[in-house]
Design a binder for this molecule. Structure first.
Ligand code: SF4
Length: 393
């Protein structure tokens, strides 16, 4: 009798599979379980891109990434609150609220990335009067030293509101403990990204994407344990490099692309060495300093130690120059610009990127996506043609 060999599932494979389930769970099951196990604690949702999660954590509450619903729910009610030409994440995030999936949250934080996000914040305020809804105004002129002072005051304002909801006024030690914890999380993610750049066959972009997304949906202490496991296992993962082109991916800093889209791009022959997925949850290039003035340190880090982003207006280096420098640093063969449909910050930037990439003679490919993209055949054929044009040039 013929025996069927069942392939062994490695620890890494099972971690990435469970992260994928979490990433696609519109019910926030892991967070709800955590809240049940920690009676009296509350959760605050964070809309992308960047949210100062340390303020929420130090207030004794759980920061959670509320980043749309992917292709997991139908849009039934949210369409009536927004125009048709608005990105998917805005509608699906509102749909999560209107279908009572966010009832377990104490509040939601938004910030100044674009008009749709600003409007979404107002729509939540009107439709959910009991929810703590705050809108963080980030500074735009980082050349001015006043920007940091202003931002530290803005953080104080948010922290005061959080205190009222949690009933806990964080001390300097509380804030520093949260800064230290998230420093560890971001540092581990930076190592994972470095491993991807140096040995992209060891962890795919889709895997690091679901891992990072899962981290936005659980307590940071638990996420840190998960990251430790991944970092222990990765170096000895038995996978061989493939003949692929090396690309840097840009433009997906807010709305999350479907996992299948990232996988399609990789299967079409791309090693994605770097990307801006979930950029806000990996915001800092170095640790935030721990000291006597944690809010000032966090504000200074936003200005001086943050990755560039399509939604951060930093005139000290143009975004196009930065992208070209990044592509060269990573020794990328090409740039893939993957933007959400109707995402103005990303698509406006693309015009500048395209000109600069052409002048620098760096090949590039533009792909647009929506959360609800199900079929990737067109993307597969475009990406394969692009890859072949580079491999057989
Ligand atoms: S996807 Fe783009 S347009 Fe939509 S909320 Fe995010 S930044 Fe704004």
């Amino acid at each position: 009798m013929a025996t069927t060999l069942i392939p062994e599932v490695s620890l890494l494979d099972s971690i990435f599979a469970s992260c994928r389930d979490m990433a696609q769970d519109p019910e926030f099951s892991v967070a709800k379980r955590w809240l049940e196990q920690h009676p009296g604690r509350k959760a605050i949702g964070c809309f992308p891109v960047y949210c100062p999660v340390e303020l929420i954590h130090a207030s004794g509450m759980l920061p959670l990434g509320v980043i749309g619903a992917g292709n997991q729910i139908e849009i039934t009610f949210a369409d009536s609150r927004f125009q048709s030409f608005v990105c998917s994440i805005v509608k699906s995030t509102l749909e999560l609220g209107l279908t009572n999936r966010l009832n377990f949250l104490e509040g939601l934080l938004f910030h100044s990335i674009c008009d749709p996000a600003r409007n979404l914040s107002s729509v939540f305020q009107r439709n959910f009067p009991n929810l703590f809804v705050e809108y963080i105004h980030f500074p735009q002129n980082f050349a001015s030293p006043l920007a940091r002072q202003y931002l530290a005051r803005e953080y104080r304002r948010i922290l005061d509101g959080l205190e009222q909801r949690s009933g806990h006024a964080p001390t300097t030690e509380d804030l520093n403990r949260s800064l230290g914890l998230y420093n560890q999380v971001r540092s581990a993610l930076r190592v994972i990204y470095r491993i991807r750049t140096e040995t992209p066959h060891l962890i795919s972009a889709a895997e690091s994407f679901v891992l990072t997304r899962a981290g936005t949906l659980m307590a940071p202490e638990d996420f840190l344990n998960l990251l430790d496991q991944v970092l222990r296992e990765l170096p000895t993962r038995p996978v061989k490099p493939k003949d692929r082109i090396r690309v840097v991916l840009e433009g997906s800093f807010c709305e999350l692309p479907p996992i299948g889209l990232i996988e399609t791009l990789e299967q079409a022959g791309c090693y994605i060495l770097d990307d801006d997925f979930l950029r806000g949850w990996r915001w800092f290039t170095e640790d935030v300093p721990i000291g006597d003035h944690p809010l000032a340190a966090l504000a200074e880090s936003y200005s001086e130690r943050a990755y560039y982003s399509g939604t951060k207006h930093d005139s000290r280096e143009s975004k196009a120059e930065h992208l070209i420098r990044l592509a060269r640093e990573k020794k990328a063969d090409a740039v893939v610009f993957q933007a959400a449909k109707f995402c103005e910050p990303a698509l406006f930037d693309y015009a500048l990127y395209r000109k600069a990439l052409e002048e620098a003679k760096i090949p590039h490919l533009l792909l647009e996506f929506e959360e609800k993209t199900w079929s990737f055949d067109r993307v597969r054929s475009e990406a394969e043609t692009f890859v072949e044009s580079l491999l057989f040039d």
